[in-house]
Design a protein around this ligand. Structure first.
Ligand code: PGA
Length: 251
């Protein structure tokens, strides 16, 4: 049984005072223990987050990292630093990083390896543009991203990875892939993992869908066999809506 994982990616949002307000508010709510819930905050908020979330079920994530542990890399943060501050998950290769900051598959593979080496769980993102889907090249694109992102990882390492399928055209646009299309791609990814590793590995790996997930559509998405969670941007910023997302399977 794969434990569902709902992760809220705050992107470049929330000051320290807003973060403290969020923590205090969410701590007064009941957290669904059957779901792994992760808040993925900006670097500047991680210390406060870790202190504030210590006695809760909520886990902490970061949005990016560099693949070296330390050195002359001005402006970068390493996996080792993230581990030290209490981070469990790190997003690798979000489409905004790939598109706006020119992150390449090769660089992302190095980041995945460094994250694993330092005891972090990478959330490796993949997804196609609208044009690629229209031209029926969406599966080729995702396959290429996954093969390149996972180069030289063994069975044990791969079991610590979460894959997030996020069609770029659905991110922050209010457009969501139909639950059938999302399932179709997540099934394709699972079959690809089986081909690259084996059946046992492919049955254990968790695959999220991301792209305009909100309380009104999460249940339909989570019902799908090959979708084990969601990577949520906008709808994770509000406590009430985040709680609804992580309680998708509660009455
Ligand atoms: P969104 O973002 O939920 O605001 O569409 C998802 C993401 O970028 O991970």
């Amino acid at each position: 049984m794969r434990k569902p994982i709902i992760a809220g990616n705050w992107k470049m949002n929330n000051s320290i005072s807003e973060t403290i307000e969020f923590i205090n508010d969410i701590k007064s709510k009941k957290i669904n223990e059957n779901v792994e819930s992760v808040i993925i905050a900006p670097f500047t908020n991680l210390y406060v987050m870790n202190e504030g979330l210590k006695d809760t079920e909520l886990k902490l994530g970061a949005q990016n990292m560099y693949f070296e542990n330390n050195g002359a890399f001005t402006g970068e943060i390493s996996a080792k630093m993230l581990k030290d501050i209490g981070v469990d998950y790190v997003i690798i290769g979000h489409s905004e990083r790939r598109g706006l900051f020119n992150e390449t598959d090769d660089m992302l593979n190095k980041k995945v390896k460094s994250a694993l080496k330092n005891g972090l769980n990478p959330i490796l993102c993949c997804g196609e543009t609208f044009g690629e889907r229209e031209d029926n090249r969406h599966k080729k694109k995702v396959e290429k991203q996954i093969r390149a992102g996972l180069v030289d990882l063994n069975n044990e390492e791969i079991s610590k990875i979460v894959i997030a399928y996020e069609p770029i055209w659905a991110i922050g646009t209010g457009l969501t892939a139909s639950s059938e299309d999302a399932e179709d791609m997540c099934k394709f990814i699972r079959e690809l993992i089986e081909e690259m590793y084996n059946k046992d590995v492919s049955e254990k790996i968790r695959i999220q869908y991301g792209g305009s997930v909100k309380p009104s559509n999460i249940s339909e998405i989570m019902e799908k066999e090959n979708i084990d969670g969601a990577l949520v941007g906008g709808a994770s910023l509000d406590v009430e809506s985040f709680i609804q997302l992580i309680n998708f399977n509660q009455e």
